[in-house]
Design a protein around this ligand. Structure first.
Ligand SMILES: [Mg+2]
Length: 208
């Protein structure tokens, strides 16, 4: 039984805005190396400069990204059902808080790169389980990237992948819209909870 749902931020809660290929080029990250692993291997001014480029891009995206359709509605419905929610992002803390505050999102737990080794390592997911008092089998992670899949697998947590048009997904459970997550997780709506699909009603019209 699902008692907790974890979410990635960029591309899952918000529409994908960061051009990771371009950003990796600006920071000089070799192919096949994670961007933070590359930055952590730098020293002195080179590391500071690379961190500044990454944080500026994350902040720009957090300040301008739109909410993904259905995101606020899903988080609110889960909370009303008594299901614990966590935001788990590789972003830095300021960018994470900016997104949460811009959209008034109400997660039980917020975890970012200052909190534990980053996805694809399982540490942030394991930390969420501990903080929320959940067993791996009681949680599900909804994400949109291979790092989310690997972090979930490493923590023994079920993973559901949000598709983006034109992007080849990994081998995983797939949804094409966050409104489909509810049914995918086997959470049956009460009649009064059914909310029309569409961004205009996002987060509105909910019955506690
Ligand atoms: Mg993502």
């Amino acid at each position: 039984m699902i008692r907790g749902v974890f979410f990635d931020m960029d591309g899952t809660i918000t529409e994908p805005l960061i051009d990771w290929r371009a950003l990796r080029g600006r920071v000089g990250v070799p192919e096949g190396v994670a961007i933070m692993a590359h930055i952590e291997g730098l020293e002195g001014e080179a590391r500071q400069a690379a961190e500044a480029v990454l944080e500026a891009e994350e902040t720009r995206a957090a300040a301008s990204a739109a909410l993904n359709p259905g995101a606020a509605r899903l988080v609110t419905r889960l909370r009303h059902r008594g299901i614990r929610t966590a935001l788990i992002t590789n972003n830095h803390r300021q960018a994470m808080h900016l997104v949460v505050q811009r959209f008034g999102l109400d997660f039980d737990l917020l975890l970012c790169r200052e909190d534990a080794p980053l996805k694809p390592a399982p540490d942030l997911v394991l930390l969420a389980l501990t903080r929320l008092g959940l067993l791996p089998a009681e949680a599900c992670f909804i994400g949109d990237g291979t790092y989310d899949l690997l972090a979930s697998q490493g923590a023994g947590v079920r993973y559901v992948h949000l598709l983006h048009p034109g992007v080849t997904p990994p081998a995983a459970e797939l949804i094409s819209h966050l409104d489909d997550a509810w049914e995918r997780l086997g959470l049956e709506p009460r009649a009064a909870e059914q909310v029309p699909r569409g961004s205009e009603s996002d987060g509105q019209g909910l019955v506690p």
